[in-house]
Design a protein around this ligand. Structure first.
Ligand SMILES: *Cc1c(COP(=O)(O)O)cnc(C)c1O
Length: 230
């Protein structure tokens, strides 16, 4: 079931790429496994999947300990500074960096673990009050400050588009994030690259891919609805 779902989404991503003349290999599907049991992750792992996304530190830490060592773990949710230490040695990418303070904490933990930690800058494209993320017009200056931290490597931008019933409504959000990444790339900021664009979830990943996403974060469509009551 889960494996079939994953393959079906992968197929739709590939089709979306073809519609707009992109190479399907340029889009990574991150399986968002938050709240889901380790057996579900193991099932996908056994079929060859290596990239998983999680939101909650305790859960991520436990799964890192229990599951195979070659899984690439993506911390996709809002991250509190005092919790960075629990995942710094193993996390593959931190998707939602939106303050210099958080980046400095990642720098400190990267130094302790003797590694450079890849991060994305979370941008609040739609300007929603309820969302984390830096404003588009402040993104470049934040990146310039983070660029001075040797154990943090900015690899691109991330956004969570608003929840909408018609995914087409988010097309302009994705297009704006893409344009922002092109603009920033042209500035050639040291210790920074813009090759990752993390955007698109269950409801809107095909549109995100059409607009240039290189990482889609899909949970529900792979693992089924989440149950937060447990
Ligand atoms: C939960 C989550 C997702 C996955 O959402 P689905 O709608 O279940 O695909 C993607 N990105 C972030 C940041 C999330 O918190």
């Amino acid at each position: 079931m889960i494996t079939d779902n994953y393959r079906e989404i992968r197929r739709k991503i590939d089709e979306a790429c073809r519609r707009v003349g992109r190479d399907p290999e340029d889009v990574l599907l991150v399986a968002v496994s938050k709240t889901k049991p380790e057996e579900d992750i193991q099932t996908l792992y056994d079929s060859g999947v290596r990239d998983f996304g999680e939101n909650y530190i305790q859960e991520l830490k436990q799964k890192m300990e229990d599951l195979p060592g070659d899984i690439r773990w993506h911390m996709i949710g809002h991250l509190q500074r005092n919790k960075v230490k629990y995942i710094a040695s193993r996390v593959s990418m931190i998707h939602a960096v939106d303050t210099l303070e958080l980046a400095k904490t990642i720098e400190k933990e990267g130094t302790k673990n003797n590694r450079v930690i890849p991060v994305l800058i979370e941008v609040n494209v739609a300007g929603e009050d309820t969302k984390f993320g830096v404003a588009p017009e402040e993104t470049e200056s934040l990146i310039r400050q983070i660029a001075g931290l040797p154990h943090v490597h900015v690899e691109g931008l991330m956004t969570s588009a608003p929840y909408v019933t018609d995914a087409e409504c988010n097309r302009s959000v994705f297009a704006q994030l893409k344009q922002l990444s092109v603009d920033i790339e042209q500035k050639n900021i040291d210790n920074t690259c813009m090759h990752v664009l993390s955007m698109g979830m269950t409801n809107d990943y095909e549109i995100a891919v059409e607009e240039g996403s290189t990482m889609v974060r899909v949970g529900t469509a792979i693992f089924g609805e989440r149950d937060y009551s447990k």
